[in-house]
Design a protein around this ligand. Structure first.
Ligand code: ADP
Length: 542
């Protein structure tokens, strides 16, 4: 017997329709490439998204055709999120920090038909457009009078004249909720990038789950600042969850420096912010010397790489902001776990609570997880045993776009490439990417643990721990360190700093000072490049 409830497909267009009808006057504020602040409401977003849909019809784009973006977080990008997916096309957000050759490769692989870009990426588009064989239409996200005269890009139009030629008289089409809605390529640190292809259904389920109280806890009373980019993993789904809850959205555009982010938080009464640790490090670096405080910010979700304890501590103790440590990846839309405490933790000491907050957290309903050994046997949840982290759920990848790389699943589970522990309460903690694990004398050393200690030193800005081949121990850890400007610390001082903070055999054998940390396109330390940089390095005692 089937249930007798209405069967409506879960479609992305329903989010913006809801926001328009029920939160029509909630604001969307954006720092623009032009430098000024733009503000309007969900009603306007909905109106202009329908104009986008009609403009795509005008280009004779077929159902499921790919529309690419190279854009910062901003209102026009949001309109594309809704207009492209809502009309049944696939939004392909491209990460502008990728190498131009990789961008060209990705655009061809996705068979993008249209590319919409912020003017700050004009030089990038000029460099790659001749390699993009499938793109027929180039749209600059600007007013008609800002369109560069001799761009060299064939048929370049301004977004405002492109959508301005359309009315908003458009009814969102209804179709199968399993239809592809958007796509995102992984960074492809080894080999070519592969694309996760999200569906309307996976996106809506993720948007519901992300808003839950033990996840991002979003509501119509929030003013949300996603610093995490819309060009990579859909800004952690915030553009969707914000519309679902009617929360105010505040977009930073290209101004991601500490001062601009701090000022935007204060000016727009931001209550909730989301970003990777490096962004917050810049902001705290700006606030501390100037003695600045927050007046409205209450919570921040930090993920993408491990959040160092020093940062959780600074946010909480110095600024009264709760840190929610989150873990996810492109293949998970991206949220997998998020760390909030349970009632049973209320009586714990500050140190004990910190130990839990450092973990990447509990599974969100919809994501199941397990840790397994090399033979695929499930390992125990004791908070100590390390294993390969596998996940499954309705917003976890099943196959990569075009079947690249073959079937990624093992017995229906997706191997994340991360190594983790899970404790008896279900809190997962990442110890490493499996390729970064350091094996010393048959034991594993968590590079994240070793890095967290180094960055707690006042003179250390960034630290990356890698294993160096050792004739007796197999591998020994060393730590590559970038010092804070104007601060000093010697090798021996830093080694001594580890005393009492970790087991003796886990203390790095050496410290290598470097001028800058190699960073990947998604704001993570690029250990592959660091290893190349240090290929001639030899351990002192060997
Ligand atoms: P990529 O495109 O580089 O795969 P993702 O943005 O998908 O980038 O990154 C996913 C990876 O980032 C995870 O598999 C994990 O290794 C790392 N990661 C994400 N969040 C955290 C976190 N909170 N702590 C530690 N590592 C994290």
């Amino acid at each position: 017997m089937l249930g007798l409830m209405q069967s409506q497909p879960l479609l992305i267009s329903s989010l913006i329709e809801f926001a328009e009808r029920h939160h029509g006057d909630a604001e969307v504020v954006s720092r623009r490439v032009e430098g000024d602040l733009h503000r309007y409401t969900y009603k306007d977003v909905a109106h202009r998204s329908r104009q986008v849909a009609r403009a795509l019809d005008g280009l004779k784009l077929a159902f499921s055709d790919r529309v690419a973006t190279l854009a910062w977080n901003g209102y026009r990008h949001l309109e594309l999120y809704y207009g492209v997916s809502g009309s049944g096309r696939v939004l392909h957000t491209i990460n502008p920090r990728l190498h131009p050759d990789q961008i060209g490769w990705i655009a061809n692989h996705a068979e993008d038909q249209v590319l919409c870009f912020d003017l700050s990426f004009l030089p990038l588009v000029q460099a790659v457009h001749s390699k993009c064989t499938t793109i027929k239409h180039y749209i600059a996200l600007c007013d008609a009078d800002k369109l560069p005269a001799d761009s060299g890009i064939p048929g370049l139009q301004s977004y405002e004249s492109w959508i301005g030629a359309q009315t908003s008289d458009y009814a969102w089409p209804t179709f199968d909720e399993n239809t592809a809605s958007s796509m995102c390529y992984t960074s492809g640190t080894t080999g070519h990038p592969k694309a996760a292809l999200y569906s309307h259904r996976s996106t809506l389920l993720h948007a519901y789950a992300a808003a839950l109280p033990d996840v991002m806890c979003l509501s119509a009373r929030d003013s949300i600042l996603p610093v995490v980019p819309m060009f990579h993993v859909n800004a952690w789904g915030i553009p969707y969850s914000a519309a679902l809850t009617g929360a105010k959205l505040v977009f930073p555009g290209p101004a991601m420096d500490g001062k601009s982010i701090y000022e935007l938080i204060e000016a727009e009464k931001v209550t909730y912010a989301a970003g990777v640790p490096t962004v917050w490090q810049m902001m705290l670096g700006h606030m501390k010397p100037a003695g600045l405080k927050f007046s409205t910010l209450r919570r921040t979700v930090i993920g993408g790489s491990a959040c160092p304890p020093a940062m959780i501590h600074a946010f909480q103790e110095d600024y009264g902001v709760e840190v929610l440590h989150a873990w996810g990846m492109t293949e998970l839309s991206p949220l997998g776990t998020l760390c909030t405490l349970k009632n049973k933790h209320d009586g714990l000491s500050a140190d004990e609570k910190m130990k839990i907050r450092l973990k990447q957290g509990r599974a969100i309903f919809g994501v199941d997880m397990k840790i397994v050994d090399a033979a695929g046997k499930e390992l125990s949840w004791d908070g100590k045993t390390f294993g390969d982290l596998h996940v499954k759920g309705p917003w976890v990848v099943q196959d990569y776009y075009k079947g690249e790389g073959g079937n990624p699943l093992v017995d229906g589970w997706f191997p994340t490439g991360d190594v983790a522990t899970i404790d008896a309460d279900g809190y997962m903690q990442i110890t490493d990417r499996s390729k970064d694990v350091i094996k010393s004398g048959g034991e594993w050393i968590s590079s994240i643990d070793i890095e967290n200690i180094a960055v707690a030193h006042p003179a250390v800005a960034m630290a990356a721990c890698i294993g160096i081949a050792h004739p007796k121990w197999d591998e020994r850890p060393i730590i590559a360190v970038v010092k804070k400007p104007g601060m000093e610390v010697s090798r021996d001082e830093l080694i001594a700093f580890y005393e009492g903070k970790t087991a003796k055999w886990q203390v790095p054998d050496d410290v290598v000072f470097i001028d800058a940390m190699p960073m990947g396109a998604t704001g993570k330390m690029l250990k592959t490049r660091l290893r190349e940089m240090l290929k001639d390095y030899r351990l002192p005692q060997v």
